[in-house]
Design a binder for this molecule. Sequence first.
Ligand code: FHN
Length: 473
Amino acid sequence: MTLFRKILILILAGSILPASAQVAKRSSVTLQHGAHRLGRRTDPAMARWRAYGLGQFLHWGVYAIPGGHWKGKYYAGAAEWIRSWPEMPKEEYDNLYKQFNPTGFDARAWARQAKEMGARYVIITTKHHDGFCLWPSKYTSYTVAHSPYQKDVIGALTDAYKAEGIDVYLYFSIIDWNHPGYRASLNTPADRQAYEGFKTFTRNQLLELLERYPACKGLWFDGTWDKAWVEQAAFADSLETELRSKIPGLVIGSRFRADENGKRHFDSNGDLIGDYEQGWERKIPDNIQQLNGNDWDCVMTIPENQWGYHSDWKGHVKTSTELLEMMVKCNAMEGNFVLNFGPDGNGKIREEETRLAREIGDWMKTNSEAVYNCGYAGLEKQDWGYFTRNRQTGKIYLTIFNRPVNGKVRVRLPAGRQLRTVRELKGATLKTEEIRKQEYFIELKIPAGNIPQVLEMELSEGSSSGKEEEAKT
Ligand code: FHN
């Protein structure tokens, strides 16, 4: 990339986000397999991705059959990892697909529920680390086609979600415990030879997925931390280019490939690899500066760490209010929030997830205006909740999660901006009081059900009138 092009891209990227959300670049070494681009993607496909606000993650596979238990013993880890448990005989796990017959599976019901919840995109596990494929891959017999169920699950889900207007992204694990050529590390020439076969298989499967499901908008990669894969910088780089050539606008995050020095997510220059940062799993950044101006998503579980179906959730299970707060917090820092669901072995979504989806959906029905296509508002984070700003209309929203006991929220504005009006979404204008320079009280009306409430705020240019003197200290 020429210096001129680099500078141009940085200027363009800088025009998207306010300066306070940007971080200066660090070093500059020449890389063959580093970031393909500096700054954010500006094309319509990526703008669409950025506007989602809320997504759904689906983890489904044969691990849903044991559901975190084996022969009366409880597996405390993430249910989809049960094959790696010493108590789990590998041979028996690898034959579980012979019992995969989810007669209760109704792709349209899942899609309707996701739509009701307000999800704008879904990420579906085509195959997890166990290697079991939910589509009839012609490159292995370890697929749904060879299970008693036989039907193409990915095809059914892709069609159903598309029919609901929800964009589909395909999750794909590079770790594949079922493939004979798979290795976590390459220690001998024989390992290297076997892994060449695995790389061909991986490429074939990925091209197959894009060919079979051309409506897919992106690939969500996982299991790319193995040393064996990290060493494949050249292969993975050229494969990424090939995949992108198959579907225009395809979105791929930072978890697919490493650079030639083994750096993942960010290359040796500190530049993001891929289209968005994919490292925010079950955690959310504290402030927007941590994100260096990059796009990002947060994938979140409902219990602490269960993705696939575990029949017996232990520990804290998040409430809809907690999840809504996480979502708006992400949106306020330019991120998408993706909530995970793990349907059971019969294809049913568990009661707890159904209830949460309904509660989130109820809130979204009146308040999603503050979520969809909303991002960083350029205002300082305050105690009551989060500011978001619609990227198209410029409208600024306040979503209040911590209602003060005096019933008033205190809003601080930066110099040069004044509060003009505040109103409830589709509701009344609220009383405001200027309490000191650039600081206001907004008198709240407590909503029925004590739910988080959204206000819309209009600002005007200029400084507020307060003439109070600064204390001499
Ligand atoms: O090991 C997986 C885990 O099972 C789950 O799929 C999550 C989802 O992001 N990804 C991996 C851990 O990072």
